[in-house]
Design a binder for this molecule. Structure first.
Ligand SMILES: Cc1cc2nc3c(=O)[nH]c(=O)nc-3n(C[C@H](O)[C@H](O)[C@H](O)COP(=O)(O)O)c2cc1C
Length: 253
């Protein structure tokens, strides 16, 4: 089983590569959470994969909640791994996932990270990558994804291909904790005057957290994936004033 979450397509692309390599079923964590589907039966020897983007040097909130609620029957030390995508680095996410899995009696077998174009734009100084930087990451991605798939196929156990970056503990525990507590307020999302009410933001929200009347309005169940912002054809979705003059990005195969 490959449980995946993705705001703008990078992690979905990786999840699809893993699906092609292993033949295992893709299950969208966002949909599963909104439907309350958190009970699954494992086949013998089936791998359990979690694929998601890094937010604030940690798992997205929805991923943490999904894993916390997930119940797997027939678990017999099945190979359990995660594969994340990030713009730069993931801090100590590996330890965070390992601890969460351990609290459920599951053991983290493999940890993998893939550098992909950045999607975070909600603070001054943070923007999508330039075309050349994004292009270079996308050029390198297939070879790295192939190596990840190979290791997952072989059920390699241990520390593999992570991107902790510099000062990983400080990033996850200090900056990341601050980020998740104070910089993820969905009330700051709004539509600018250029919004034509097309509803593409609402359709793109993986948590169905946006309702449309003439304009979109955001509920409280937001995981900050920025799918709404990046999908808007008129660049009308804004987060406070921080997203003004910032770029947009969507992964295309
Ligand atoms: C809210 C938010 C926080 C992010 N935080 C990080 C981060 O801590 N480190 C990093 O390298 N990239 C970070 N990114 C970039 C994403 O992890 C990266 O672009 C990822 O590939 C997006 O995956 P997706 O297209 O599947 O949503 C962040 C993106 C968002 C939207």
């Amino acid at each position: 089983m490959i449980f995946w979450f993705s705001g703008t397509g990078n992690s979905l692309w990786l999840a699809q590569r893993l699906h092609e390599a292993t033949g295992e079923t893709l299950i969208p964590m966002g949909e599963a959470m909104t439907r309350g589907d958190t009970v699954y039966a494992l086949a013998e020897h089936e791998r359990i994969g979690f694929v998601f983007p890094i937010y604030g040097w940690n798992m997205p909130r929805v991923v943490r909640q999904f894993i916390s609620r997930l119940q797997l029957s027939n678990y017999k030390n099945n190979y359990t791994y995660f594969a994340c995508t990030c713009g730069d680095d993931m801090g100590t996410t590996e330890a965070q996932v390992a601890r969460l899995l351990a609290s459920k009696g599951w053991k983290l077998g493999g940890a993998y990270a893939l550098k992909m174009p950045n999607t975070y734009v909600c603070l001054p100084g943070f923007d999508v990558d330039s075309l050349s930087v994004a292009g270079e990451k996308l050029r390198q991605a297939p070879a790295t994804a192939e190596r990840i798939c190979q290791m997952v196929l072989e059920k390699r156990r241990g520390k593999h291909m992570t991107l902790p970056g510099r000062m990983p503990w400080t990033k996850t525990h200090i900056l990341g904790t601050f980020f998740h507590r104070f910089l993820t307020d969905s009330r700051r999302f709004h539509a600018e005057d250029t919004c034509i009410g097309c509803g593409k933001c609402a359709a793109a929200c993986p948590l169905h957290n946006i309702t449309m009347q003439d304009r979109p309005s955001w509920g409280a169940d937001c995981t900050m994936c920025l799918s709404c912002y990046h999908h808007c054809p008129h660049h009308a979705v804004a987060y406070g004033t921080a997203t003004r003059n910032k770029g947009q990005y969507l992964h295309h195969d």
